[in-house]
Design a protein around this ligand. Structure first.
Ligand SMILES: NC(=O)c1ccc[n+]([C@@H]2O[C@H](COP(=O)([O-])OP(=O)(O)OC[C@H]3O[C@@H](n4cnc5c(N)ncnc54)[C@H](O)[C@@H]3O)[C@@H](O)[C@H]2O)c1
Length: 302
């Protein structure tokens, strides 16, 4: 990764642990000056501490890189502004951001509290907005382009026990694509990575997931932040171990029109829909049906 980001000033949120830490180290290894932004909280978002960010900044400095630590809450406008400003104060400009800060509050939707919903959406979704907003405002004035990298999750397609997380991660994609469209004319690109890696966050997932190491995610982040990826924007890339996949853009796949004589009636839709546009099967729904059938079969035989 040597020299891919030489002379660039990059902010990485959530850089104190897991994937954010690996990306911060990767950026520094590629020649960037790095703001290690981390509030130092527990997996659920409690007990902030500045030690986590300081430890990773020290690790970068020990390896011969340049870093500053900021222990701010990026889910606030003030926090988002302060992590971006830290790069400008230390090195004079900002060239890229990666938003890896995140928390988890798992609960079935019917048991989830308002606070559990709001906190997760605030840290993930608003935590991207606060950083993108302040970074893009400065990048636009600098007239030197720039790069925004969001961290989403395959869970954006729906998650049985994490509706807050899934909704926030879907929002991260929409926010990032909106930023890509708005900022194209200023030479700023915006893309998402959907990682899966063994960290404290993925540790408690109650089923087998495909997961790599946090370090596997860093090269893609470095590439997207670099001049080599300037023309790549509005994309979502899965990064898991050695696998990198690009996601399709969302779009309508089939259409039906009302008959000539007038608009649709519910009955007309009932009759036409199954033989025209039909439904698009959700892959997880199929998996749940398969698991239910297996459960039933084993209960029947037991
Ligand atoms: N680990 C996976 O398999 C996986 C899968 C899909 C998506 N992701 C996403 O990758 C990102 C990183 O996840 P991870 O597994 O490395 O998690 P992690 O828990 O190891 O690290 C997250 C970091 O974010 C920091 N943080 C939390 N709230 C913050 C706030 N308000 N302000 C600043 N910092 C805050 C924490 O202190 C922590 O250091 C998250 O957005 C997560 O949703 C992870």
């Amino acid at each position: 990764m040597t020299a891919y980001l030489e002379g660039k000033n990059i902010v990485v949120t959530g850089a104190g642990n897991g994937i954010g830490r690996a990306i911060a180290l990767g950026c520094a290894g590629a020649g960037a000056n790095v703001v290690v932004a981390d509030y130092g909280v527990s997996l659920a978002g409690a007990d902030p501490s500045s030690e986590v960010a300081e430890a990773v900044a020290a690790e970068i400095e020990e390896a011969g890189g340049t870093a500053v630590a900021v222990a701010a809450d990026i889910s606030t406008m003030q926090g988002g502004s302060s992590v971006v400003q830290a790069a400008v104060d230390a090195w004079g400009s900002i060239d890229g951001v990666v938003c890896s800060a995140g928390i988890l509050r798992e609960r079935m939707i019917f048991n989830m509290s308002e606070e559990e919903f709001d906190d997760v959406v605030r840290v993930h979704l608003k935590g991207h907005f606060t950083v993108y907003k302040h970074a893009s405002a400065i990048m636009r004035k600098q007239e030197t382009g720039g790069s925004l990298v969001g961290i989403t999750s395959g869970a954006f397609t729906g998650s049985t026990s994490q509706c807050n997380y899934s909704a926030a991660k879907g929002g991260v994609i929409s926010l990032t694509k909106s930023a890509a469209l708005a900022l194209r004319r200023y030479g700023i690109n915006a893309n998402c990575i959907a990682p899966s890696a063994k960290t404290r966050m993925s540790e408690n997932v109650p089923f087998e997931i495909e997961a790599g190491a946090p370090e596997d995610v860093a090269p893609m982040a470095v590439f997207l932040l670099s001049d080599a990826a300037q023309d790549i924007t509005a994309q979502v890339y899965t990064v898991i171990g050695p696998r990198i996949s690009v996601w399709a853009q969302f779009g309508e796949v089939r259409t039906m029109f009302a008959p000539d004589q007038g608009g649709w009636t519910p009955q007309g839709i009932e009759e036409s829909l199954p033989r025209t546009i039909g439904v698009e099967e959700h892959p997880t729904m199929a998996l749940l049906a398969q698991q239910a059938a297996q459960r039933q079969a084993s209960e029947g035989s037991g």
